[in-house]
Design a protein around this ligand. Structure first.
Ligand SMILES: Cc1cc2nc3c(=O)[nH]c(=O)nc-3n(C[C@H](O)[C@H](O)[C@H](O)COP(=O)(O)OP(=O)(O)OC[C@H]3O[C@@H](n4cnc5c(N)ncnc54)[C@H](O)[C@@H]3O)c2cc1C
Length: 449
């Protein structure tokens, strides 16, 4: 049988792959696109609604973002809103919740007030919520289990639901919609192959040969959006060998009540590499509050698939003296050491709830261990990239682009929020390489303006 040839082949059907598939079909003159997905459906790993925090991270309440980073994510976050509004997905899988970041204690309160001054120009809708206002709009932040006010000072900076700022998305449902909408576009071949695990990619002259489930495909350009497996596949081709992957699992604890009316984030500890835990209304659990995520290094590339990816983890880590140095630098810091230990304990039955509730009480002082349950089956893996050349843990996203007609993307948080922006970036590279045209005007009209 002849190989199936496509102009562009996308590997991985999470939110990144689905976004690229959609944008290629809608905003370029590429005439044949295929998406190869390892599992039986789209978004069964990190993009699934229960795997992540469902937050459109636009930078307003994320105290771990600098103003510069907030500006970048704000642009891509707006694209999510625009896309969903264009198709009428508001209140179907995109919602506007109240959201805020809180400072607790004098130091954090001062920090939040200063942050407000620095960020209010970028996010003019932000308001400062003093304690009395919090009592009204998010009372659980203020009162303890006996109905007394918490002793520490507290301030919130955010926006009420009525302002209509879109805050929450089921990125799993959004992935489905992107592929469905792409497949409705006439005159473009948009093939999706499930149960098609890519096992080999080879460059043959100017094109690439991709083998999945015993079928060989060829393509003028290949984009690999396979989460942590992107780097695994890159390494197999000899690309990106200066990078290793450290999978950081994030777990959640759920409540059976709506303890919070909206999203509540906390001030980031400057030394800790991952976002501080937060409370969110879970749109898949009827708005009940979900706390998390935790951060635990896991020796596998996928959760909830047994031990099938442990070997892939070791191959993708590419353990050497540079990795030892990165881990050593992290572990020699007492704060980071105790953070790692604590996050490990969050996974140990019996102790986990007791320990976690202590941390979550910074948000809801009345929280008791009977209020929360470890969320079985929730939480994904952030494929954090280790930069061996500079001996550093990279916190953001990373791409490997050897310039030969293939790109490999690793997208830890806020990768779901950036999906349409990342696809825009890649489409320009794809079009330039294979001589196709990207309709920027149409794209801007739909997703930017
Ligand atoms: C705990 C947690 C909380 C998060 N919260 C947020 C949040 O609130 N907001 C936000 O914006 N981001 C958040 N993120 C990040 C976000 O979930 C990810 O950035 C995003 O889902 C990545 O999407 P992706 O499509 O790149 O990867 P994935 O969703 O992991 O998809 C990769 C796909 O590739 C497929 N695949 C893998 N290997 C192969 C192969 N060999 N052949 C074919 N297919 C393959 C997989 O089956 C999968 O479908 C969070 C992440 C975690 C872990």
């Amino acid at each position: 049988m002849a190989n199936k040839h496509y102009e562009v082949l996308v590997v991985g059907g999470g939110i990144s792959g689905a976004s690229l598939f959609y944008e290629l079909a809608k905003y370029t003159d590429v005439k044949s696109i295929a998406l190869l997905e390892k599992y039986e459906a789209l978004a069964t790993l990190n993009s699934k609604g229960t795997s992540n925090s469902q937050t459109i991270h636009c930078g307003d309440i994320e105290t771990n973002y600098t103003a510069e980073k907030a500006k970048t994510v704000k642009r891509t976050a707006k694209m999510i809103e625009k896309y969903c509004l264009q198709y009428g997905y508001e209140n179907k899988f995109m919602f506007a919740h109240q959201k805020m970041a809180i400072g607790v204690g004098d130091e954090e309160v001062a920090y939040m007030r200063n942050r407000y001054k620095d960020f209010k120009e970028l996010f003019p809708y932000l308001e400062v919520f003093e304690k009395d206002k919090l009592k009204e709009i998010e009372p659980k932040l203020v009162f303890d289990e006996n109905g007394n006010e918490r002793p520490e000072s507290i301030v919130g900076v955010g926006v009420e639901a009525e302002a209509g700022e879109w805050s929450t998305v089921d990125f799993g449902k959004m992935s489905d919609s992107l592929v469905e909408n792409a497949q409705k576009i006439d005159d473009v071949v948009t093939d999706v192959f499930f149960n098609s695990k890519v096992t080999s990619i080879k460059q043959v002259g100017k094109i690439h040969e991709v083998v999945a489930a015993g079928v060989t495909y060829t393509a003028d350009f290949v984009v690999v959006n396979a989460g942590a497996h992107s780097l695994y596949l890159a390494h197999r081709m000899g690309h990106g060998t200066d990078y290793g992957c450290l999978p950081m699992a994030g777990s959640f604890y759920v409540t059976s009540k709506k303890l919070l009316n909206g999203k509540v984030y906390m001030v980031q500890h400057p030394k800790l590499p991952f976002a501080a835990l937060h409370g969110d209304p879970d749109i898949l659990l009827n708005g009940n509050t979900r706390f998390g995520p935790t951060a635990l290094a896991l020796p596998k590339l996928e959760r909830y698939h047994g031990n099938s990816t442990i070997i892939d983890f070791w191959k993708t880590l590419r353990f050497d003296k540079n990795i030892v140095k990165i881990f050593w630098d992290l572990l020699k810091d007492g704060d980071i050491r105790s953070y790692i230990m604590r996050n490990f304990m969050f996974e140990v039955p019996y102790i986990n709830k007791r320990l976690f509730v202590k941390d979550a009480r910074k948000i809801v002082p009345s929280l008791s261990i009977d209020d929360i349950e470890y969320a079985e089956g929730f939480g994904g893996v952030r494929p954090q990239v280790l930069d061996k050349k500079n001996q550093k843990l990279m916190l953001g996203e990373a791409s490997v682009n050897p310039g030969t007609g293939i790109i490999f993307n690793m997208t830890p948080s806020p990768g779901a929020t950036s999906c349409l922006g990342n696809a825009e970036r890649d489409i320009k590279l794809v079009c330039a390489h294979i001589g196709k045209t990207f309709n920027q005007e149409e794209f801007d009209k739909d997703l930017i303006e």
